[in-house]
Design a protein around this ligand. Structure first.
Ligand code: M6R
Length: 611
C-alpha cells in the first residue's frame, strides 16, 4: 500500500523519483506526488496514476538534488489532489510522505486544532507532519528529534520520508510495519518501498528495521533506534536483475508473469529437487525436521491468493504427511485469540512478505511460542526475516497486482515440503515419493505446453466477457483452484465470481444457474472425476453454460461442456499447478477484452501493508 521513493546525491532527483514511482505503482495508484528540495521546497501532486503527475509537471521547475515521491493507495481521505502526498507542514518548511496508517491521528488532530492548526487534507499524514512541526517549535529541537518524539506517541504503522527546507541535502526516514530499503551509491543514496527503483543504480542495500530512524545524506547514512542509539547498517547485496522488473516485450506484467511460470517454477525446484537421486534439499526443512515431523498441528496463515495456496497445502499435508492442518485468514487469526499449543507449526505464506495482517498474526503467534516457517517470495522482506525458518519461492519480482507466478511458486515449495516431510515420517512409501518427485519435476514443461497456444482461451474470453456473474467449481485438490480462478476474475475483470466445492453448489448456488450463467468446472482426471461429471450434468440440465478445464485426451467432459481448456495429465496432488494456468489466462483475456487496466485494477494494491 503506497509506494515511496527518495533520492539525495549529485544527480537530478526528479527523473529518478519519477521512474521509481512508476516501478512502485503496483503498490497504489490513485494519486501521486513529489517534493523537490533545492534552495526552495517545491511540491507537485496529482490525482490519478503517475503518468498524470508527469504530465501535470511538464514545464515546471523540477531542478533539485534531493527529493521524495509517493504513489498512493487511499486510506484516510478520498483520492484527490489535496489528499495526495507529499504533505507540507503549516510553516511550509517540512514535507513528508507516508505509507501506513496512524491509528490515533484523530486525537492528535483535535489537540492541534485547539492550537489553531488548520488542515488542507483529510489524511493522517498531514496530522503526523504538523505534530512533528509542533513538537519542533515547542521544544526548540531538530526535525530528527521532533520526529523521534512524535513516533513514540503515535499508534499504527508507518514508513515516512521527511525533508526540511533548512537542511536541503538530508532525508529523514523511519519505519514501523511498512517496508523501507536504502540503496547505497557512490556519494548518493536511494530510498524506496522495495528494491525495484534502486536496482539500476546500486546493488548494495540496507533493509531498515522497525523502530529505526535513518538520517540519509549524499555521503552518509546514519541509522538509529527510537532511543537515539546508533545502529550498524547491515549491507546486503541485491540478487535481482533489472530485466526481472521490466515487461520484456509483453503488453502487461500480468501476461509476462503468467508466461514466466515454466521458468519460475523451475527456479523454485532447481537445486532442491533431484528426481533421479530421489532427494529434496531444503535447508529450512532439514534444519527443523524433528519439529516438522512431530508437529501436532500445522496452521497455514495467509491472505488472498496466498490463502488459497494454504488451502491447497491443507490437502497436501493431510494427505501426504498425515498431520492435521488448519488454514487461517491472517486478519481473523490475529484478533481471535487462537489456541496455540507447543508443537504447533505455523506456515506463513506471502508473496510480498509485507502483508500487515499476516505479519502481525505471526508476531502474535511467535510471542505465544509458535514455530514460524515462512514461504515467501520477496527476499529480505519482513515476514522472511521474522520467521524461524523458511523457504523462498524464487518466483522473481511479481509486479502485476494479480498474483500468478507467486502462487505456483508457493504450491511448488509447499509440495516439496509435504513430500520431504511425508517421506521422512514414513507416511508415503518409496514408490509414491519417487512418483511425486518425477511428476513435480515435469511440471514446468507441462506448464510450457499449456502456454504454447492460448488462442482458444482468448476466444472463450471474448465469448463470455459480458457475463455478469461466474461460478467456479472444483473438488478435492481442484477446489482451491476454483477459488483462485474466481478471485482472479473478480480482480481483473470486475465480474462477480464465486468459487465453491462442486458438490456444495446443490446447497444454494445452484439457484443462480440459468442460460446466462457461465460455470467454470476445474474437472481434471482425479479420484473425483466421476462425481464432477455428475455435477456438470446437473448444471447442463439447468441450461447453465459450462466452461471446463479438462485433461488432454478426455472425451467425456468435452462432450458435455460448451467450451474446454485443456491441460496435460498430472498426479492429482500436483494438477493445480496446471489447472490454474488457463484460469489465470481466462481472467487476463476477459480483462483485456473489456479494455481494463489488468496490471492496476481499480481499488487494489499489490502489497497490503495496512490492516
Ligand atoms: O503478498 P501476499 O501474498 O501476502 O498478499 C496477499 C494478498 O493480498 C494477495 O494474494 C492478493 O489477494 C492478490 N491481489 C491476489 O491476486
Amino acid at each position: 500500500m503506497c509506494g515511496i521513493v527518495g533520492y539525495t546525491g549529485p544527480r537530478e532527483a526528479y527523473p529518478i523519483i519519477l521512474k521509481g514511482l512508476k516501478r512502485l505503482e503496483y503498490r497504489g495508484y490513485d494519486s501521486s506526488g513529489v517534493a523537490l528540495l533545492n534552495a526552495d521546497l517545491k511540491v507537485y501532486k496529482k490525482k490519478g496514476k503517475v503518468a498524470e503527475l508527469e504530465e501535470s509537471v511538464v514545464g515546471k521547475d523540477v531542478h533539485a538534488f534531493t527529493g521524495i515521491g509517493h504513489t498512493r493507495w487511499a486510506t484516510h481521505g478520498e483520492p484527490s489532489d489535496r489528499n495526495a502526498h507529499p504533505h507540507r507542514s503549516k510553516s511550509g518548511n517540512l514535507a513528508m510522505i507516508h505509507n501506513g496508517i496512524i491509528e490515533n491521528y484523530a486525537s492528535i488532530k483535535q489537540d492541534l486544532q485547539k492550537k489553531g492548526y488548520e488542515f488542507k487534507s483529510d489524511t493522517d499524514t498531514e496530522v503526523l507532519l504538523n505534530f512533528i512541526e509542533d513538537i519542533k517549535e515547542n521544544n526548540n529541537c531538530t526535525t530528527e528529534q521532533a520526529l523521534r518524539i512524535a513516533l513514540k506517541r503515535v499508534v499504527g504503522a508507518y514508513c515516512v520520508l521527511l525533508i526540511d527546507k533548512d537542511d536541503p541535502e538530508t532525508i529523514i526516514a523511519a519505519r514501523k510495519g511498512s517496508p523501507l530499503v536504502i540503496g547505497i551509491g557512490k556519494g548518493e543514496h536511494f530510498l524506496a518501498s522495495d528494491a525495484s527503483p534502486i536496482i539500476e543504480y546500486t546493488k548494495e542495500v540496507v533493509y531498515v528495521n522497525d523502530y529505526e530512524i535513518a538520517i540519509v545524506k549524499p555521503d552518509e547514512l546514519i541509522l538509529k533506534n527510537l532511543g537515539n542509539e546508533k545502529q550498524t547498517p547491515f549491507i546486503q547485496k541485491l540478487d535481482m536483475e533489472l530485466a526481472a522488473i521490466e515487461k520484456g516485450g509483453y503488453d502487461h506484467f500480468m501476461l509476462k508473469e503468467i508466461f514466466d511460470q515454466p521458468g519460475s517454477i523451475f527456479d523454485c525446484l532447481r537445486g532442491r529437487l533431484n528426481a533421479d537421486a530421489g532427494t529434496i534439499t531444503m535447508s529450512g526443512v532439514e534444519n527443523h525436521l524433528p519439529s516438522l515431523i512431530n508437529a501436532q498441528r500445522i496452521v497455514m496463515v495467509a491472505c488472498g491468493t496466498s490463502w488459497h495456496a494454504g488451502l491447497l497445502a491443507e490437502y497436501l499435508f493431510e494427505d501426504i504427511c498425515r498431520i492435521p492442518v488448519e488454514v487461517e485468514y491472517a486478519s481473523e487469526f490475529r484478533y481471535r485469540n487462537p489456541v496455540i499449543n507447543k508443537g504447533d507449526v505455523i506456515i506463513a505464506i506471502s508473496q510480498s512478505g509485507e502483508t500487515a495482517d499476516t505479519l502481525v498474526a505471526l508476531e502474535n503467534a511467535k510471542e505465544k511460542g509458535a514455530f514460524i516457517f515462512g514461504v515467501v517470495n520477496a527476499v529480505g522482506s519482513s515476514i522472511a526475516r521474522m520467521s524461524n525458518a523458511g523457504a523462498y519461492t524464487h518466483a522473481g519480482p511479481e509486479i502485476g497486482v494479480a498474483s500468478t507466478k507467486a502462487f505456483t511458486g508457493q504450491l511448488a515449495v509447499l509440495a516439496m515440503m509435504a513430500f520431504k516431510i511425508g517421506y521422512a515420517k514414513g507416511t508415503i512409501d518409496e514408490k509414491r515419493y519417487q512418483h511425486l518427485l518425477t511428476e513435480l519435476w515435469n511440471i514446468p514443461d507441462k506448464v510450457a505446453q499449456i502456454l504454447e497456444d492460448t488462442s482458444n482461451i482468448q476466444a472463450i474470453a471474448e465469448k463470455y466477457k459480458d457475463a455478469a456473474d461466474f461460478l467456479y467449481l472444483g473438488r478435492g485438490y481442484n477446489f482451491p483452484v476454483a477459488l483462485e480462478g474466481a478471485l482472479k476474475l473478480k480482480e481483473i475483470s470486475y465480474i462477480h465470481a464465486e468459487g465453491y466445492p462442486a458438490a456444495e453448489m446443490k446447497h444454494g448456488p445452484i439457484a443462480l444457474v440459468d442460460e446466462n450463467l457461465p460455470v467454470v468446472f476445474v474437472a481434471t482426471k482425479d479420484k473425483y472425476y466421476e462425481k464432477i461429471v455428475s455435477n456438470v450434468q446437473e448444471i447442463k440440465a439447468r441450461k447453465g453454460k459450462v466452461i471446463a478445464v479438462a485433461t488432454e485426451g478426455d472425451t467425456v467432459i468435452p462432450g458435455m461442456a460448451d467450451d474446454v481448456m485443456y491441460v496435460p495429465d498430472a498426479d492429482e496432488a500436483l494438477a493445480p499447478l496446471l489447472s490454474v494456468i488457463p484460469l489465470q489466462l481466462l481472467s487476463y483475456y476477459i480483462g483485456i477484452a473489456k479494455g481494463l487496466d489488468v496490471d492496476k485494477p481499480r481499488n487494489l494494491a499489490k502489497s497490503v501493508t495496512v490492516e
